[in-house]
Every structure is written in C-alpha cells, then in structure tokens.
Design a protein around this ligand. Sequence first.
Ligand code: G6Q
Length: 538
Amino acid sequence: MGHSPTRTGQESSFRHHKASHVLKGLASNPHDLTIEGNLSPTRIERFSAQAGEFKLLYGTERVNDDVMHTLKELSHEAHLIDKMEAMQRGDVLNKIDGFPSENREVLHTAMRDFFMHPNQGKGAMKATAAAKAECNKLKAFMSKVDQEGKFTDIIQIGIGGSDLGPRALYVALQAYKKHGRVAHFISNVDPDDTAAVLRSIDPKKTLVVVVSKSGGTLETLTNESLVRAFFEKSGCKPEEHFLAVTGEGSPMDNPERYLASFYIWDFIGGRYSVTSMVGGVMLAFSLGFDQYMNILKGAHEMDRIALNHDFDQNLPLIGAMLGIWNRNFLHYPTVAVLPYSQALLRFPAHLQQCNMESNGKRIDKQGNPVDFDTGAIIWGEPGTNGQHSFYQLIHQGTNVVPCEFIGFRESQYQEDLNVQGSLSQEKLLSNLFAQSIALAKGQKSDNPNKVFPGNRPNSILLGKRLDPFTLGSLLSYYENKIAFQGFCWNINSFDQEGVQLGKKLANKIIDQFSAKRQGKKAEKFPEAEALLRHLESL
Ligand code: G6Q
C-alpha cells in the first residue's frame, strides 16, 4: 500500500498560489463584454497572439489586462514551462508519488523531434532515435508498396488512442490524399463496424494495419480475427496483407504473422500517439510519406512554441490559462470546440479523448483528492452545421458554454464560387466571426425571447489553410494545452485508471455468456445476471 505524501514546492495545489487568490478576486467582476464599446477593435487587437502558423484571438474572453497578467503570474508560480521542459526532455511525469502507477516518461514530442534543435535530454534523445528508426523502416516499406502498386486501400484496426487521432487526421486531410488511396477504420467490437468496412473493400488490394500498443485490447484482437477470417475466406494470405503496430514484447509482437511490424513504446500515451507509428503507417500510405513528415514538422514547431518563456508568444500556454480562468474562476463546466472547417469533423472527438482522459482526474500527483475542478467536459461539431443545431443553447440556454472556434483563411480545395456576391469561404468565416461577437456582446430587446445575455466567453484560433503542417501544429497546440492544464492542477494527465473498472466487469460478463453457451457455471455476478435475464426475455 502507498501513502499520501504531502505536497511541497512545485507540487503545491494551484489554489494556494498567490496569483490564484488575486484571480479569485478578479473573477468577482470579470470584463463585461456587453457594455457598448467594451469589445472595441483596440481590444480585439490587444488580446491576440501569434506564433508559428496560428493566431489566437481572445478579446471575446472575459479577461482584462489584470487577469492576463495574473494568469501569466500563475503560470510562473506553478512552474508550467519548467514542467513542459521536464516532459519534453523525458523526466518520469506519468506517476502518482507513493502509489503503484505507470511510472513512465511522457515522450510523444520525441516522435517528431527530428527537424530543428532536437531535445538534448537523455530520455528524449533515446526516444527520438527509436522513432527515427521506425520512420526509416516505414519510408522503405512505403516506397516498396508504391513501386509494387498492389494496394489501393488500408484498414486501420484499433480503438481509443489507436483510432481517434489517426482517424481525425485522415478525415482532415482528404484534400491531400494520394491518388487512388483510401483508408478505412474498424474500432468498435460491434460486429457491424467490421462487416460494413469489409463490404466496401477488395481484400486483394487491401493492407490491414492492426494497431495496439498493449497488443491485448479485446476490441482490436477480436476485430483482427474477424478480418483475418474474411481474408482467408477470400483466398488472401493474411501475412501478405497484415501489418502490426505494437509495443515491443507485446502479445502482438510476432513478426511472422505480419508483412511488416512497427513499434511504439510505453512512454507514448495512446491518446498522444497519433504522430508515432500508430497514425504514421496509415497516414504515410494514404497521404504519402512526405506529407506524414509535414504533419510531424508542424507538430514539432508547436512543441517548440510550447517551450517559449515569453508567455505572450506561447499559444498553448495562453490557451491553457484562459481555460483555467473559465474553469476554475468563472466555474464553467464544459467547453465546446467549434471548427469552421468541415475537414475537422472528427477533431472534436479526438480532443474529447485527449482532454477528458488526460484531465478527468480527481486526485493530485500525491494521491490526495483535489478540492477544485479539473478537466472540463469537451464536445463540439463543425460550424456552420452546429449553428443549426445546438447553438440555441449556447446563446440563450441557462448554462454558459465557453467556445473555442477554429478557422482558416483559405479553403483546402480552393474550389469556390461567388454566389450572391460572396464566396462560400467568406460566408463560412463571416459566420464564425458573427458567432464570436454575438456570444460576447449579446443583444438587448424588449421582447424577452429575443434577449441574448452575452458575456459568453470564446476565442478564435485562426490559421491560413488547413494542410498537413498546420494540422500537425493544431494537434500539438491542443496536446500541449492539455498538458499545461494538468501541470497547473498538479494532476497526472498521462494515465487512465478510470477506464479499467468497466473493462474488468465486461470481461466477467463475457464469461457469463461463454459459460452459458457451454452449459457451465460462471463466477457469480448477480447484478449482471439480472440484466442478462432482461436481455434473454426479449
Ligand atoms: C489512451 C488510452 C486508450 C488506448 C486504447 C487502445 O490514452 O490508453 O484509449 O489507446 O485502449 O489501447 P491499445 O493501443 O493498447 O490497444
């Protein structure tokens, strides 16, 4: 059994920092965006920051100079950049002191640290070298695939971190796909997920990449078996089509069963793994190896920005502190991520995992229950579609939902038409800006049903065009923002104990199904048995 060490120095709760007390006072009277003139052009200019390919516009948040200054102070008092440096150089941050825990480094940034000023931390250098070796292997493999020209499709089998990020990036980069290449995804253990994909492919022309860091995930192994059986039935040898991405020494680390195997390591959290081989194999196949490299370059650029000691240029840190302001001082429980880019259709789903699995925690890094709110509930959909759906609640509902808009000056395909005096891209961006201003300023009216209360905080992350490089940067912006918030709360953003209990109980219920089929008795589980009786009575 462990014990709960007391917190000291860098580990003390953010609530006890001097800046937190000041922020608490400031939160009693946050900037009122609804007063005429309070959302001025000067303000929009002043509360903006630029780094790499992005601008962050946050004049529509409920902040003023004092708040921003004190959030910066809080980031210093909580040593957030020091912690980011520790993470990127390979210190063991994934742990709970005094208790059994994963006890690992957190080195997803090393997966893309090949380009400029590689990190000199011992752990980081080792991880980068290993990642580089896998990249070289992937490059050689893909050039062989290109030469042979046998394959047109790839199926990625994986779930959670081995699915959401890769899928979100693939969907976002359709405009950059290699001619004649398509990716499909199977994640759910629902047999319909597999059946639907298998109906749409020709196995002779299809690669299958099975992605599981642990090599032991129920859904993934089950789906691999289903797809293998389908390939065998179709007269295709699985070892000529199946690829593996897994941890060294995992049950899936069996190169003879696969055409090629690639590694990932335990210091890469699943939800942070998209830039490793977890996303790399499918992305290099469908976009080309060079575009995969461009994603890594963009991510690396933002990783470097996250280390910038100049608060005003450190976009992920500013984003993180604005989030802390909304969560811990204005006490808003959710955040909507609203990309004005159809290509980012699956991006909020990826962020949901990345953010909520990382920061949905109730104890600190010393094992003590926290006495403040941690990760917000993340959700979202692309605009303008969302406007015709849930924006009603965002504008006039009883809960205030801070919104993070994402937009791009140019469209991806650059295929647009002037309809009634404007391009579609202009209409899209006009809607984004209109929503941001409407949420902030609100509207007065004699008709209560037409009153918009305003003061609904939001920010806009603006880029030039969504391409592989900027998408890599966007991904890293959020990964680092999430990590900064976890550092500030002194929680472990890199484990996920909360998903274990359900898995354990599901396995016990699976045993009930198997036992029944074999006419045997399974271990007693009265609550589940009661539920199963309902199922059987249908
Ligand atoms: C992410 C989680 C989790 C994980 C999946 C798949 O951080 O760890 O979502 O990615 O459970 O795990 P495997 O890759 O081991 O199959």
